[in-house]
Design a protein. Structure first.
Length: 277
């Protein structure tokens, strides 16, 4: 065999080996499609958290109601009686009572947290104005400053807005997915992505799958990939365990308050978390 023959044998072989290694190294993290993501989950993940809200009261082994305190800039408050179970769903209610605005908020702080993994949930949101609903991940370490998001971050899986006053007509309704790091003071940094929706989105059930791995974050809505975030573009991928928060709140980001649309509610049918075996 001469040198030219060996060249044509060795080079394709190296290409094949390189391709196999690349595919193998990426296959244990984010997949290419929703179907592949689900197949990989079934084979390689173990469930770490699940609640289908089938009881009559919030399971205090899994959840706690967030402290009743003022939120944002329009005087809205988180209030305990705005978070409750009804017909097999968690209900997060937003309402006006007297001259005050109240909304619900629950979290798994001191009950459950993890770093990386896959989260799956089903929800339905009523349209309103002056508020937003959110399902997000939080850690106390978010206040650390200087090492980027790898050192602790707020991860907003979905924030649902129906009337953002700073967006042009036709783009006021969207799902915001974002990461916040380096605290909330002068050093605060964030980056997000918008997925625009319309009136048909509201009052309908939707299913989300959120994947968090060492490379970054992916979010599927009804099997469609709507957020594909490289962690390097978001301050580095968070490595700190986080707890789940399901909330709603009033604020100018949500647009002018429309009392005719109150009370407004978000329903969560179930939420589950998984991690690699």
């Amino acid at each position: 065999m001469n040198e030219s023959d060996m060249f044509f044998i060795i080079i394709p072989t190296l290409v094949l080996i390189f391709s196999f290694v690349c595919c193998a190294s990426s296959s244990n993290l984010g997949q290419e499609t929703y179907g592949e993501e689900m197949q990989f989950m079934e084979k390689n993940y173990v469930q770490t958290f699940y609640d289908d809200f089938s009881g009559t009261k919030l399971d205090t082994k899994k959840w706690e109601k967030c402290p009743e305190w003022q939120r944002q800039d329009v005087g809205g408050y988180w209030k305990n009686d705005c978070s409750y179970l009804e017909d097999g769903n968690l209900v997060i209610e937003c309402k006006k009572q007297g001259n005050s605005l109240y909304s619900g908020a629950v979290r798994t702080k001191n009950k459950f947290k993890q770093a990386e993994g896959l989260y799956k949930f089903r929800f339905k949101a009523e349209k309103s104005s002056g508020l937003w609903y959110a399902i997000w991940l939080m850690c106390d370490e978010q206040g650390r400053i200087g090492k980027g998001a790898t050192n602790g971050a707020e991860i907003d899986i979905i924030e649902i807005l129906a009337n953002d006053p700073w967006q042009e007509e036709g783009k006021k309704q969207y799902i915001n997915s974002a990461v916040h790091w380096d605290g909330y003071g002068d050093s605060h940094k964030s980056k997000g992505s918008k997925y625009f929706i319309n009136d048909e989105f509201f009052n309908q059930w939707h299913e989300c799958v959120f994947v968090w791995d060492s490379k970054g974050y992916k979010l599927y809505l009804d099997e469609e990939l709507i957020w594909d975030a490289d962690g390097n573009d978001y301050g580095g991928t968070n490595t700190v365990p986080t707890y789940i928060k399901i909330t709603a709140e009033f604020g100018t980001w949500g647009g002018p308050i429309d009392e005719s649309l109150l009370p407004a509610k978000m329903y969560v049918d179930y939420i589950a978390a998984y991690k690699l075996k």
